[in-house]
Write a protein that binds this ligand. Structure first.
Ligand SMILES: Nc1ncnc2c1ncn2[C@@H]1O[C@H](COP(=O)(O)OP(=O)(O)OP(=O)(O)O)[C@@H](O)[C@H]1O
Length: 325
């Protein structure tokens, strides 16, 4: 559905020197420098996939999304989305995709969301029946009924975000670009939006590319992630494989009736020993054996095995790089 080959994007930015003399001089002698926001990125996304697009601030995620959505012209490289070249901005292309940016609103501020929905109906030439059906579905899934006729400016961030999603989906796009769709939302609303995205994807086989700084979004929504750093793609693959690769251990927490007097280092790296609890970092392939040993030889009240937190894994990917992947 989405094909990207050797994509590059550079921005020419005005290089301003410090000091008033330099500021005056720059009025007639401007100097520029080039920022390479995206450097030689290639990937393919199949119909119906939900892919997480991760990277630290300024890595190039939004720039890539904007090129995919046709808002920015690539410096070089090829993009096709559903067979269209995005920056040609064909009407059929606009009808098959949607871009939702958590930081920017497409709802009209002074009127209720319902009015924006009607504007979109006209722009996308949605016929009455499809509009009604889609709206009913979205109102139910996103619990919008009480919000439709309130002025947008009076809505909370979470309420507005749910309406943004509805506005973006009314024309039933096959491809959805979600840039930080849960930014600033409380945990409960984040959960609601995530559930909605999963259900919607399942129901309609929508292809979704999503950026988020919340690992909860990524683990709940994406089997596959692409990681970008300094404009380069450093990982493209399954989230679980990334975890195994960068964190080849699990956290084993055991609550003993009485902490046994043993050399914990023989089992794994000690994270903490407190009261009756022992937390160890144990190599993945040894976790089953170590747990069985504890259960067999000591009086264990409780045992808990966890993957390392996703934040830790992703931070490692940014820091250490993944150049051999
Ligand atoms: N219009 C522009 N003009 C000049 N430089 C730009 C422009 N847009 C982005 N950049 C630069 O390109 C680089 C990538 O920015 P981009 O917004 O794509 O990053 P990002 O990964 O989306 O970051 P964040 O997580 O902070 O949103 C940054 O160095 C940014 O300053």
């Amino acid at each position: 559905m989405i094909h990207v080959k050797h994509l590059h994007k550079s921005f020419r930015v005005h290089a301003r020197q410090a000091g008033w003399l330099e500021a005056v001089r720059s009025l007639w002698r401007r100097e520029y420098r080039v920022v390479e926001a995206v450097k030689d990125i290639s990937f393919t996304i199949e119909k119906g996939e939900i892919v997480g697009f991760l990277g630290p601030n300024g890595a190039g995620k939004t720039t890539t999304m904007k090129m995919l959505a046709g808002l920015l012209h690539p410096t070089s490289g090829e993009i096709t989305v559903g067979g269209f070249v995005p920056f040609e901005q064909k009407a059929e292309f606009k009808k098959m995709m949607s871009l939702v940016m958590g930081q920017k609103s497409q709802l009209i501020w002074d009127i209720p969301p319902m009015e924006t929905f009607l504007v979109n109906k006209a722009i996308y030439e949605i016929d009455d029946r499809m509009f009604r059906e889609t709206l009913d579905e979205l109102v139910e899934l996103l619990e919008l009924a009480p919000l439709l006729d309130k002025p947008t400016r009076s809505l909370s961030l979470g309420q507005r975000m749910r309406c943004e999603l509805a506005a973006a989906l009314l024309h039933r796009p096959q491809v959805l670009f979600l840039d930080e769709p849960t930014i600033g939302l409380d945990v409960h609303t984040q959960e609601k939006v995530r559930r909605f995205i999963v259900d919607y994807n399942r129901e309609h086989e929508t292809t979704i590319l999503l950026t988020s700084h919340y690992m909860g979004d990524v683990t709940a929504l994406c089997d596959r992630v692409m990681i970008i750093n300094y404009g380069k793609l450093i990982y493209d693959g399954e989230l679980t494989v990334l975890t195994e690769k960068l964190a080849p251990y699990k956290r084993l927490e055991v609550r003993f009736a009485k902490v046994p007097d043993v050399r914990w280092e023989d089992y794994g790296e000690v994270v903490e020993i407190e009261d009756g609890n022992v937390a160890l970092r144990v190599a993945r392939e040894k976790v089953a054996e170590v747990s069985a040993h504890f259960l067999q030889h000591f009086h264990v009240h409780d045992i808990n095995i966890q993957d390392p937190p996703m934040e830790e894994v992703i931070t490692r990917a940014f820091q250490e790089g993944l150049h051999d992947s």
